[in-house]
Design a binder for this molecule. Structure first.
Ligand code: ADP
Ligand code: GLC
Length: 472
């Protein structure tokens, strides 16, 4: 089967969060199963771009409203990632250092989607599936059906994966002229609540819609940032498929970014050595339980409650716990966490910014990983934590519910709580400290057990293939 994934992120080319991890891994596993898999993404100015060899495969031109633009498609020469990787270069629009966060993101990703459709429309043969990820690629299912320039692609089945419905890519109707000419009777297929809504459009126009965990699929019918009714209507073509983790990148036995490698038999010693490194880098007491938070510092992740929850936990549990935060995002939260690191030096520390290798060390050396997320479509961090024998402490929501079982339940191996608030977090920290200090046998069993849980991509990659097959 020939499958094309279209995405704004793909690890290790460019990653801002879990979308990058998924699009770096799922295509690789599908290619290993014998399929022809291609990933199309924008060409940003990243390290990966400069450190690899590329060949030019196509040059073309298109329009963004009145503005004509040229684009080029380049391909990585060596199949380094295990699938065919193509980057779309649009001079001045896509070739920037960051993935998102510019005032003209709307124009950037519209131009990207137009260039993708234009290039595909020039192909001699048709791919069998186009799989789009998140709102940056959400207008493609509409464009290939209803934009005159591309509509001979209309018979190609499209699959759209919602990684996060909080972000929908809203575009005011005043920018409708930026779209390529389309059948205007179909305007309703791009509209939601008087805006052009790429996420809603994809849900309406894609042949099948998936999201990244079964529980999140259910939750979306009741909480989806304004598109609940749409999901409730389109449920027949929608399914939740749990993400996997990439065992080539996330494996404590082989991970070159950690100090000491280990497996489930050597978990105690291995984690102790990595924790020692963290303790010396960030000024912690190795004997105390170490809890870490890794992620975007945004409301969705309940990062705003972190500073107060951490402070109360340290006070209420008499300083018998250490906290490390790795993240970036909301400037106010960043400042509050930074301030707390100074106030509670020796108990709390942080790294404000993005640091891939530090994240590996923290998964390996921490005792607990805290994820109080308000919304978590899947969440990869808790699965990495499980793989590294780090006990996840999670709010019961979305993918966290599907992957973590509380240790109070039969064969449970994590800590769950219901509210993203200071009291629930402080109480859970207390349970964690008690487990760490007083229930050593259970604690050790949990660590070895969770490391053996299979969250590899094999099963989920197969589920996607079955879904594609049902469309061909
Ligand atoms: P989301 O995609 O919503 O941010 P996920 O749990 O799916 O959440 O994935 C987050 C990914 O980003 C993980 O690979 C995590 O380790 C990584 N990550 C998030 N913030 C940072 C950071 N500041 N430094 C390094 N890695 C980070
Ligand atoms: C999104 C979600 C996260 C999920 C990731 C990969 O960014 O917020 O929960 O794990 O996508 O699907």
């Amino acid at each position: 089967m020939e499958i094309i994934h279209v995405s704004a992120e793909c690890y290790p080319v460019a990653k801002a969060g879990g979308l990058g991890d998924v699009v770096g891994a799922l295509p690789k596993y599908q290619a290993e199963m014998g399929h022809v898999v291609k990933v199309l993404m924008p060409m940003y100015r990243t390290k990966f771009l400069y450190q690899n060899d590329w060949e030019l495969v196509h040059e073309g031109g298109q329009h963004l409203g009145d503005h004509a633009f040229n684009y080029a498609v380049i391909k990585e020469k060596t199949n380094k990632l295990g699938f065919d990787l193509y980057l779309v270069d649009i001079n001045g629009l896509l070739d920037r250092e960051k993935i998102y966060g510019y005032d003209d993101d709307t124009e950037r990703f519209l131009a990207f989607q137009i260039a993708v459709c234009d290039w595909l429309a020039k192909w001699q043969h048709m791919p069998q599936i186009i799989h789009c990820h998140d709102h940056h690629t959400g207008l493609i299912p509409f464009m290939i059906k209803y934009c005159y320039a591309f509509n001979h692609l209309a018979s190609i089945p499209t699959v759209f994966t919602i990684h996060n419905a909080q972000y929908q890519g809203w575009i005011g109707w005043d920018k409708a002229h930026l779209l390529p000419a389309y059948d205007s009777w179909k305007w309703g297929l791009i509209d939601w609540n008087h805006n052009i809504n790429p996420l809603a459009s994809a849900i309406k126009c894609a042949w099948r819609v998936t999201t990244v965990s079964p529980s999140y699929m259910e939750e979306l019918k009741f909480a989806a940032n304004g598109i609940e009714n749409l999901l409730a209507t389109e449920w027949k073509k929608s399914v939740g498929i749990l993400n996997g983790i990439d065992g080539d990148v996330w494996n404590p036995q082989k991970d070159s970014l950690i100090i000491k490698n280990y497996d489930e038999h050597l978990v105690k010693e291995g984690k102790r050595r990595n924790k020692k490194e963290i303790a010396s880098l960030f000024g912690f007491d190795e004997e105390k339980p170490l809890m870490v938070f890794i992620g975007r510092l945004v409301d969705e992740k309940a990062a705003d409650v972190l500073p107060d929850a951490i402070r109360q936990s340290v006070y209420q549990h008499h300083g018998n716990v250490n906290f490390m935060v790795l993240g970036s995002g909301d400037a106010e939260v960043e400042n509050r966490i930074d301030a707390l690191s100074h106030q509670l030096k020796g108990y709390v520390n942080s790294y404000i910014g993005y640091n891939e290798s530090l994240s590996h060390l923290l998964y390996a050396g921490a005792d607990f990983l805290l994820m109080p997320s308000r919304v978590e479509p899947c969440g990869l961090n808790q699965m990495y934590a499980l793989r590294y024998g780090t006990i996840p402490m999670v709010r019961s929501t979305g993918g966290l519910k599907d992957t973590v079982k509380d240790f109070g339940d039969w064969q449970g191996y994590g800590i769950r709580f219901n509210n993203a608030d200071v009291n629930d977090i402080t109480y859970s920290v207390g349970r964690a400290i008690d487990l760490y200090n007083n229930k050593r046998d259970l604690y050790n069993w949990m660590r070895s057990y969770m490391m053996g849980i299979d969250h590899s991509w094999d099963a989920s990659a197969t589920e996607y293939i079955k879904l594609y097959e049902s469309l061909i």
